[in-house]
Structure formats: C-alpha cells, structure tokens
Design a protein around this ligand. Structure first.
Ligand SMILES: [Zn+2]
Length: 255
C-alpha cells in the first residue's frame, strides 16, 4: 500500500467513520472503462480508440434485467434516488461487455426515458457483486458516476470540462465528484450509509495512462474527487446546483 493511500484511507475513516474503509490494496484492472459515449462523436472517437480500452459502441443490445429480481428491485430504488438528486431520468439496463468489464452513459435514447441511457456491463456486474465490502453499494457507486455523465450531457457541461484538455480526465473526475455528492446526500438521509465504498470503488478503477485520451484519473485522484464531492454535500450542505459548480471548480484546479 502506498503511503498516500494510507493517508487517504485515514482521512476517509475520520470523515466517514468507516471501520473497514477505502484503500486496502486493490488490483488495478488492466482494461479501463471508457464510460461516456457521445452519440455524435462516438464513431469518430472509437475509430481512434484502442479497442482494448474502449469496447462499447453505444449500440449494444440492451438486457433489461440483472437476472435477480430482488437485486433489480433494490437497485431500482437507488436509481430513483439518483433521479431525485441529479434530476435526470435515463433509461437503465445491462449489456454484454464480454471480457472487458465496463459501464457507460450515452445521450442516445435507447429506452423510453428521455435523458439518454446508462448501460451496466453484465461482466462488470458479476465482478462488482463479488466484492467483499457492500457490493450493492459498489454497484450504486458506478451507477452514480454514470448518472453524473447523463447530467453533464443534459446540462451541456462536457465541452466546458474538456476545453483545452488532451484527456477526458476532468469529465471523469467531475463525474466522480458528483457520485461522491450523491453518497454524501445519502449519508445525510441515512447515517449508517457506507459512503466510503464509493471512494474504494473509484480508487480501484483509477489508471496511470497519463497521455492516453481515455485517462480517467489516477486511483488517488479518483478517490479524492469522491471525497471532495461527499464533503460538498455532507459537510458543506451544498445544493446539487452548487455541487455541479463546485465540482467544476474542483476539477479545473487539478493538473
Ligand atoms: Zn465516466
């Protein structure tokens, strides 16, 4: 475990009172999710993209259920809360992500809901549900990140976040920040909510592909963005509209 991870883990423990909190040693997955798919830019972007990194095309067949009715029911409740906080209503479903665990958000309307579509890979779902620490909450953390992308599309924030950037990192860290905001909002409602799982999950999927267009942020940067968003909601009691802006300021101050 890196020293910085120990420090971050300690900070999370203090902030969130998590006994078994983030930043135990994680294996950083070799394949990186490319989790936003812009309906207009997708073909051009995917032509350039490394197929090992970006495998989604945005047109994968939608699978409507996880195969577990109880899980679907519980997640539907969580997604409803996300709709309340983010004020977006995307379609949600699963898709076959093969050997490249992934989830993504696209503004393309694939289902009846107006605000685009979030698709969660079945392979990613299996892997996430196999995690030892609140796996259902880890699924929620991924969903909150994708809902944040839907919000970015809806509010026209993508161009603003990408301006002058050679990678998608600021878009991704802003989505992490808003996922952290959602975790903070949940913790205000439910003090025992294991919000630290969000940072653990984000940390586990950070990457070090600094020069790759698809660089999402390092593990530490991703976990720190979650913590910052959490604090905006839980400690600073920002409204969500304020959180969107404080999140932009936050990522613009990142390198
Ligand atoms: Zn993303």
């Amino acid at each position: 475990m890196l020293r910085r991870e120990v420090i971050l883990g300690g900070a999370l423990t203090i902030l969130w009172g998590a006994a078994n909190c983030a930043c135990h040693a994680q294996t950083v997955a070799k394949r990186r999710p490319g989790c936003t798919v812009d309906a207009d830019e997708a073909p051009r972007f995917f032509e350039r993209a490394n197929s090992e990194i970006l495998t989604a095309t945005g047109t994968e067949p939608v699978v409507p259920t996880s195969g577990n009715r109880d899980f679907d029911y519980a997640l539907a409740h969580t997604l409803s809360r996300m709709t309340d906080v983010f004020e977006v209503l995307p379609g949600f479903g699963y898709y076959d992500d093969g050997n490249s665990p992934n989830a993504y958000a696209t503004p393309a309307v694939r289902m009846r809901s107006a605000d685009g579509t979030v698709l969660f890979g079945r392979s990613l779902l299996r892997a996430t549900l196999a995690e030892r620490d609140h796996p259902d909450v880890a699924v929620s953390a991924v969903c909150a990140h994708e809902y944040a992308h839907i919000l970015q599309y809806k509010k026209g924030l993508i161009g603003r976040l990408l301006a002058g950037q050679s990678t998608v990192k600021r878009v991704e860290l802003h989505a992490d920040y808003l996922a952290g905001f959602f975790a903070g909002a949940r913790k205000l409602q439910k003090p025992e909510y294991p919000a630290a799982v969000y940072a653990t999950k984000a940390h586990s999927i950070g990457d070090y592909m600094f020069t790759d267009r698809n660089h999402h942020g390092t593990p530490d940067e991703r976990a720190a963005a979650i913590v910052a968003g959490f604090n905006a909601a839980y400690r600073d009691r920002n409204t969500f509209a304020q959180g969107i802006e404080t999140g932009i300021t936050y990522v613009q101050s990142s390198r």
